[in-house]
Design a protein around this ligand. Structure first.
Ligand code: HEC
Ligand code: HEC
Ligand code: HEC
Length: 423
């Protein structure tokens, strides 16, 4: 009798070990010879091009503009640095040896061709929602890019996070595969927009807060989150925007990075809008329709369009030195009547950076200035990090908040400046 028990126990144990092994071990998918560039139709490649813009693949995978998609760009995470890999069709250092099957597994499950798990800095938790047709198109587009030899550096992660097999457990907990299910009560545009936002366009990867394991907290979708030292503000009913975000306004903003009623896209959002400016217009429109509906209950959407706040006298009294700095360094562009303001740029009071509940974006913009999101002819702002000391930056930031909003002073200005300096 005990012998049978032992045997049963051994069999159960073997099954557990085998199960655990199957769970962390993924087979290598055989290398293929890179497909001939004429093996894909032009319509498929054009669609792939559109999807690559929506997914901003080049934003992460290009470190040097002369070597598009060849990887090497460092991406900071709370656990260390991961480098985007080479996704050109180079056979040795890129994905030239990846079959369509290997590519599909990579995009949907975050597993490389050789079977290793990839870090979710690569937003496969979003790309997993892409359809077969979309993956066909992206594969065709990638495989017909210029092959460039470049080996991306290995990730530099702290302690256990450097151990890739642990990601199998992360996937089990956090990877929600399959298509985004359409809501029949909503318009086709809304559903298309949601599928793109949740899928290839991965908007939540910056705008949704993450838990301690670095996974998005779906119960707080689009509630706003820090990303690489910038604050990606809420895109739902919690939006602190001073003026309502309508579908039309979002459409223009996402295509150009500019809005007559909101601040220009800065930092990482500048890159997103530059990529979207080259995507198909209907798709960007659909994304705008979706987010306008999420923000329909935001405070700004529920009140009359307000005139810009300008509490100059109060702010000058509280921050006299900063008032002088502003008049000298900022007024030429930002004061009502400045030539830039005549060209349709919004007053500072309408920008979300000053309305948000932390000072990070305002401080970053003042320190780093702003590259035009709309290309070389668009509006730009100079960087002030080297012209102002920490105390001047703090005073000026507090002054902006006091003058152009009617909200409470920020408690974290010092921290935001220190963080901006540390970069
Ligand atoms: C937010 C940054 C980011 C974006 C956007 C992004 N990737 Fe990546 N991707 C990465 C990182 C980082 C890695 C490497 C992860 C690792 O080393 O574990 C990666 C890895 C990959 C891999 C695996 C390659 C290999 O050699 O293992 C593929 C395939 C890939 N990305 C395709 C894409 C495509 C296609 C898009 C656009 C639809 C895209 N990526 C957009 C960051 C990104
Ligand atoms: C790489 C990170 C990142 C991604 C991906 C991203 N955003 Fe952003 N977004 C930001 C940051 C940071 C800001 C704030 C910076 C600024 O003030 O311009 C921002 C600002 C915005 C704003 C302005 C909000 C306001 O009230 O002023 C909108 C709208 C927006 N994003 C929409 C989107 C949409 C839609 C997507 C997906 C297509 C997206 N974002 C993807 C980082 C990101
Ligand atoms: C040469 C012109 C120029 C000067 C000088 C300048 N800015 Fe700007 N600034 C811009 C432009 C252009 C934008 C983007 C406009 C838009 O949002 O469309 C901008 C945007 C901003 C924003 C983000 C938009 C918002 O509404 O929150 C802030 C904050 C800001 N500037 C603060 C300052 C401060 C503080 C100074 C002085 C230290 C300054 N700027 C000096 C041109 C300038």
């Amino acid at each position: 009798m005990t012998r049978w028990l032992w045997l049963g126990g051994a069999v159960a144990l073997a099954a557990i070990v085998a199960g655990a092994f199957a769970f962390v071990w993924h087979p290598e998918i055989a290398r293929i010879a890179p497909p001939a560039t004429d093996s894909f139709g032009s319509a498929l490649m054009a669609e792939g091009d559109n999807l690559a813009r929506l997914g901003n693949c080049a934003g992460c995978h290009t470190a040097d503009p002369a070597r598009p998609l060849a990887g090497g760009r460092a991406l900071a995470t709370p656990f260390g640095t991961v480098f985007a890999t080479n996704i050109t069709p180079d056979a040795e250092t890129g994905i030239g040896g990846w079959s369509r099957e290997a590519f599909g597994r990579g995009m949907r499950r975050g597993i490389a061709r050789d079977g290793t798990n990839l870090y979710p800095v690569f937003p496969y938790d979003h790309f997993t929602h892409a359809s077969d047709d979309e993956l066909d198109a992206l594969y065709a587009w990638l495989m017909t890019r210029r092959a460039i030899a470049n080996q991306a550096p290995s990730p530099q992660l702290e302690g256990v996070f450097g151990f890739r097999p642990l990601l199998a457990a992360w996937n089990l907990l956090h990877l929600d595969q399959g298509p985004v299910r359409p809501d029949p009560a909503r318009s086709a545009d809304w559903n298309r927009g949601r599928a793109l936002a949740e899928g290839l366009a991965h908007c939540g990867s910056c705008h949704t807060p993450r838990n301690r394991l670095g996974a998005e907290d779906k119960t707080r979708a689009y509630d706003g989150a820090m990303t690489d030292g910038w604050y990606a503000p809420p895109l739902n009913a919690r939006s602190p925007a001073a003026r309502p975000w309508t579908a039309d306004r979002l459409h223009v903003y996402l295509r150009t990075g500019l809005s007559p009623a909101h601040a220009a896209a800065a930092g990482p959002m500048g890159g997103v809008t530059r990529a979207l400016s080259e995507a198909r217009d209907e798709d960007v429109r659909a994304i705008a329709v979706y987010f306008a509906s999420l923000m329909a209950q935001a405070p700004a959407a529920r009140q009359e369009e307000a005139e810009p706040v300008d509490r100059q006298a109060i702010a000058r009294q509280a921050h006299p030195e900063a008032a002088i700095l502003f008049a000298g360094a900022c007024a030429v562009c930002h004061e009502a009547g400045a030539p830039m303001m005549q060209q349709g740029r919004p007053p500072l009071a309408w920008g979300t950076p000053l309305q948000a509940d932390n000072a990070h974006d305002t401080v970053r913009i003042v320190m780093e200035g702003l590259a035009s999101p709309a290309g070389s002819i668009g509006p730009t702002m100079p960087a002030f990090a080297d012209l102002l000391d920490d105390r001047q930056l703090e005073e000026l930031t507090a002054y902006l908040r006091a003058r152009f909003t009617d909200k409470a002073p920020w408690p974290d200005v010092g921290e935001a400046v220190a963080r901006g300096r540390a970069r």
